[in-house]
Design a protein around this ligand. Structure first.
Ligand code: GDP
Ligand code: IMO
Ligand code: MG
Length: 424
């Protein structure tokens, strides 16, 4: 099995969790390489629904090993909760979950700052973050004031944390936010350290050993290309590298061991949080996509903004990530649409644009140039191969392949494992 980097193509929530669960059957290791518990990856197995925030979705297959790479930012208390929830559902993680000693921690002052910064931003500056402390934790990382998982298990951590909480209280006070009481906090982290110690290790060494032994790895991207700190719709992005380069940086495996790049792309587009979204629909069609697609955030429960498929975004993601093939999800959500629209370019002030402009205001002024495709107006949910799809659904997939120059290898027509098939 080749090593695969799986990347979200749009603004997250493409159905990565589901596709990861399917692919994991054939790999040995699954590694998350960026982000934190801002992610919400849903996997439905039988009647059980799991939403993973920090732990790689591949953990749900009992014989697989899961790594939380050093490019992640990890809230240790949330991690303990997630381990507990999985164990309560019968998913054991002992001995097969490995947490990088170099991953940075998200601490309570990061969450406080995240929430407070959002409050202080004016309406058009709000990012709509998940308030999980992600931005402030990555700021501390690059500012060289962060704590890493290895620090959590060091004897002097409580003392160092106390000092840092007090320093951060000054900053919080400056922003008119509530101060944190260090003592109860220290107690929580003292209790957390022995619980997490067995998982904390040098995951880079582990993964490279796995590669040397010809074991296969699936790199589990979180968020999506348009939320990437460098390539997304800045500043309405997350604070990590959600594109393919992030996998090398955040897992510590050299690029020559990454054999394929898989782009998970929804058959339409959604976005949760603020920021430009050229194909967004504000009418009944947008409402229909949200209802039929159950488009509510897996982490925050917020309604997702919905719109037509954006070929400019998909092309851009294919270029940035070098995508080899698509896994197209949620085709079934379009089952009863009369005429489907695909955005093939933007128009801005009378000019045609085929690329994503860097300037956010310019992108906000872009209107989509659409191409109409006939809907199939019949259920696809029981399809088990490409040929079993209605002709119009086949045409829709083929049209997206032509526009992007990338073939589709996996199609998903429902949230369950069984509602997935490969092409070719
Ligand atoms: P992720 O963050 O990319 O893993 O995606 P989320 O889990 O946040 O959101 C995707 C949602 O769509 C979840 O509720 C999935 O159960 C669901 N889903 C995934 N694939 C399909 C599909 O092909 N059809 C339908 N109807 N739902 C799907
Ligand atoms: P998965 O992995 C969708 C969005 C937030 C906000 C912006 C910044 O499930 O696809 P942050 O809390 O990261 O500072 O918020 O990014 N966002 C996501 N949107 N899916 C996600 O993850 C997201 N993670 C962050 O809504 O707009
Ligand atoms: Mg999600």
């Amino acid at each position: 099995m080749p090593n695969i980097v799986l990347i979200g193509v749009q603004w997250g929530d493409e159905g990565k969790g589901k596709i990861i669960d399917v692919i994991t059957e054939d790999v040995d290791w699954i590694v998350r390489f960026q982000g934190g518990n801002n992610a919400g990856h849903t996997v439905e197995i039988g009647d059980e629904k799991y939403v993973l925030h920090l732990i790689p979705s591949g953990i749900l297959r009992a014989d697989k090993k899961a790594v939380m790479g050093h490019g992640m930012v990890i809230d240790p208390l949330s991690l303990i909760e997630e381990i507990k929830e999985l164990e309560e559902k019968g998913v054991g993680v002992q001995g097969r979950l490995f947490v990088s000693d170099r991953a940075h921690m998200v601490l309570p002052y990061h969450r406080s700052m995240d929430a407070r910064l959002e409050q202080t931003r004016s309406t058009h500056e709000k990012i709509g973050t998940t308030k999980r402390g992600i931005g402030p934790a990555y700021s501390d990382k690059v500012g060289r004031t962060g704590f890493r998982m290895v620090d959590l298990i060091a004897p002097d951590f409580p003392e160092r944390l106390k000092q840092r909480v007090e320093e951060n209280n000054k900053v919080l006070h400056f922003f008119d936010a509530d101060r944190l009481n260090p003592d109860p906090l220290l107690e929580k982290y003292e209790q957390a350290a022995p619980l997490l110690a067995p998982f904390i290790t040098d995951t880079t060494a582990l993964l490279n050993k796995a590669v040397a032994q010809e074991e296969s790895i699936l790199f589990e991207g979180a968020q999506g290309t348009m939320l990437d700190i460098d390539y997304g719709t800045y500043p309405f992005v997350t604070s990590s590298s959600a594109t393919v380069g992030g996998a090398c940086i955040g897992a510590g495996v050299p690029p020559r061991h990454m054999d394929q790049v898989l782009g998970v792309v929804k058959a339409y587009t959604t976005r949760v949080g603020e920021g430009p979204f050229p194909t967004e629909l504000f009418d009944d069609m947008g409402e229909m996509l949200r209802n039929v697609g159950n488009e509510y955030g897996a982490t925050t429960g917020r309604p997702r903004r919905c719109g037509w498929f954006d070929g400019v975004v998909a092309n851009y993601a294919a270029m940035i990530n070098g995508i080899d093939y698509w896994a197209m999800t949620k085709l079934d959500v379009l089952d009863h649409v009369e005429t489907i629209k695909i955005c093939i370019a933007y128009e801005c002030k009378g000019r045609r644009l085929d690329n994503i402009p860097a300037n956010t205001q310019t992108l906000e002024q872009c209107t989509p140039i659409y191409e109409d495709v006939d809907g199939w107006k019949t259920s696809t949910k029981d399809a088990t191969c490409f040929e079993a799809l209605p002709q119009q659904a086949q045409t829709y997939i083929k049209r997206i392949e032509t526009i992007t120059g990338v073939p589709t290898k996996i199609v998903s027509v429902g949230p369950k494992r069984s509602s997935t098939f490969s092409i070719g």
